[in-house]
Design a binder for this molecule. Structure first.
Ligand code: GLY
Length: 350
């Protein structure tokens, strides 16, 4: 996998040079978009990457709705009817939903074709587009089916961030906070300071550092059997809060916002169980409150939330296993946490 990181020359121009190389001789490109990326991002891509001028397009619904086996099947049919061979490349232009779906379709088509991720959201740049996880949802549960299928290229171009609303930026900021909590104390502090002082600026340096931390973890454990789980800090609770908010007809929370709240739960438990300095929890709570409002109604239904937590892929032997922090940059994985302690944490942070 090659990652094109932000630098002085445009990432899309560097992608163009790469696609003109031998590795992509005779390749046929299909660009996967949703309505938003078709309107706001595709024109930038086509203007800068001439190799994609002849590409075909496949458009899917915006958001989690597209991560459905029926839609994946339609895409496979489109590829088959277009006589797409194994030299076909799927170019995923979008956020995490598009790269999850497009990666899944690439992994399954003719036992695996190449895909390129061009994340257009901050959460995609910071997390979802990197690392080769692909996923569809099943029976309302997130990411229950999928393959590990590494993208041939991930092209991170901050140009796309110009089109994002604040709320969408904040989703990505939470994943960046998580990554820096586990891997870069200095940049964690820098990002918190910016949020608290209202001067948030996602610089190329922050984007690059975040992508490098994630890539280094994935390189050690591409199939998520051990150390990669540190990337799931806050996610046991975040996924449950996200799924719950979608199912009960309440105002649905986006993934990043739910992870942001999940991180409060994880830090609270870290203070109780691993002796994390409570000042780290307090500061993070203040930072998180600048970006998201706590949904009190969600967290009080501890039974509803625990139902989702019991489905978490990290669980072992019937226990809910969490990633917690001993200190900044010192995560601990596979920690079984009794349900009564999780209930208590959820009620306390309300
Ligand atoms: N988003 C967590 C991972 O890629 O492992």
């Amino acid at each position: 996998m090659k990652t094109i990181l932000p630098s002085r020359s445009s990432s899309l121009s560097r992608l163009n040079r790469m696609l003109a190389g031998k590795t992509f001789d005779n390749a046929r490109f299909f660009i996967l978009v949703d309505e938003n990326t078709y309107n706001h991002c595709l024109p930038h891509l086509i203007a800068r990457v001439s190799r994609l001028h002849e590409a075909e397009f496949m458009e899917v619904p915006v958001g989690e709705e597209c991560k459905d086996i029926a839609i994946a099947t339609q895409l496979w049919q489109t590829l088959l009817e277009s006589n797409a061979d194994r030299n076909t490349v799927i170019v995923n232009l979008g956020g995490g939903c598009i790269s999850d779906l497009g990666g899944f379709v690439a992994a399954g088509y003719k036992r695996g074709i190449r895909h390129i991720n061009i994340p257009t959201t901050l959460i995609g740049m910071a997390d979802a587009a990197l690392g080769g996880k692909t996923a569809l949802n099943l029976a309302g549960s997130k990411n229950q089916i999928g393959f590990f299928h590494q993208p041939a290229i991930v092209c991170i171009d901050p140009l796309f961030l110009n089109t994002l609303p604040d709320e969408e930026m904040f989703n990505g900021v939470f994943e960046m906070l998580k990554t820096f909590m586990i891997g870069d104390r200095e940049r964690y502090g820098q990002l918190c300071d910016m949020i608290l002082s209202g001067t948030l600026d996602i610089t190329a340096d922050l984007l690059t550092a975040c992508a490098e931390i994630k890539s280094a973890v994935v390189k050690q454990d591409p199939h998520d059997t051990g150390i990669r789980r540190i990337l799931n800090l806050g996610h046991t609770f975040g996924h449950a809060i996200e799924a719950y908010s979608h199912h009960k007809g309440q105002s649905p929370l986006a993934h990043g916002q739910a992870v942001g709240i999940g991180l409060i739960v994880a830090l609270y438990l870290s203070v109780r169980k691993l002796g994390l300095d409570p000042a780290i929890l307090d500061r993070y709570r203040t930072v998180a409150a600048k970006l998201v409002t706590l949904p009190h109604y969600n967290l009080r239904d501890t039974e509803g939330l625990l139902t989702y937590m019991r489905q978490d892929k990290k669980n072992q032997g019937g226990d809910i296993c969490c990633v917690l922090l001993q200190n900044l940059t010192a995560p601990v994985i596979d920690l079984p946490v009794p349900e009564n302690e999780i209930r208590d944490a959820l009620l306390k942070i309300c």
